[in-house]
Design a protein around this ligand. Sequence first.
Ligand code: COA
Ligand code: MG
Length: 290
Amino acid sequence: MRARRALLYMPGDDLHKIHNATTLDVDCVCMDTEDGVAINHKKIARETIAEALRTIDFGRSERLVRINPVGSVFIEDDLRNIIPARPDGIVIPKVKDADQINWVNDQISRYEEQNNWLIGSIILIAIIESAIGIVHLPEIATSSSRLEALIFGAEDLAADIGAERSKSGWEVFYARSALVTYAAAYGLQAIDMVNIDFQDIPALRVQATQGVKMGFSGKQVIHPNQVQPVQEAFTPSDEQISDAQTIVEAFNAHQAEGRGAFAEDGKMIDAPLVKSAQALLERARAAGKI
Ligand code: COA
Ligand code: MG
């Protein structure tokens, strides 16, 4: 799967920000039609995004569009305008159950069939940001072969469960951890919460590093200044890569000699550590570091 270390949102009605996003070397550009866009600008946002998809070179960035929630009055117009412009993927917000993903999946399949596009060419990413979404994680995670990642939405989740947001984020920790666990169980990427305090870059680095340590593949960002610190946090360092390579090589050598657990630098190494080392190397490869 491709690297999705930073996923940058911008309001879909703001062409200047869309252009700006293409200069940032960000893994994912996510043009929004949902909560970042005023209700009386939804139409402008759809049209601007469709035009941007047709005319702007996004370089290596993945071209994503966040549509409005399934069941909202906007969704049919969102898909009708956006799918023909062929984004790389659709981000579905406020996902409550598998039916909502299946519904979007079927709509996209219709366009793909009608236009002779490769079936499955447009991928899906689901934002889980309600209590019921967390409860339904197993069915959501297995809903569609298009689904590549789950996103954790902390602000909406807190509002839904009646929690008050704190800097440490302990009040959403269960949901954040559940999301990363279910994503791993079903082979999906997990993309961590936004830090809305976009001027506090040191706090962003701390939160991003926490996300890396929890197992997230990336993080949502809302401002250009957040892109580089987040992509850096989610890229394994040279030292980590070299340590991981040492572990994998030593493990293979010991296996060949018929030995499972062994000691390296005073620490026991066995299968789980090797699996982590292999996952780190996989991330380094996706980020183009190997
Ligand atoms: N994507 C691309 N460019 C962006 C950007 C973004 N998300 N946010 C800001 N910029 C650009 C600005 O247009 C400005 O460009 P300029 O110097 O050429 O004029 C530059 O970066 C500096 O912006 P700044 O003045 O620091 O921020 P702002 O006050 O204009 O905007 C926000 C602050 C929060 C409104 C803005 O960052 C934003 O719109 N973020 C995304 C919001 C969103 O999509 N929310 C929904 C998903 S959670
Ligand atoms: Mg939200």
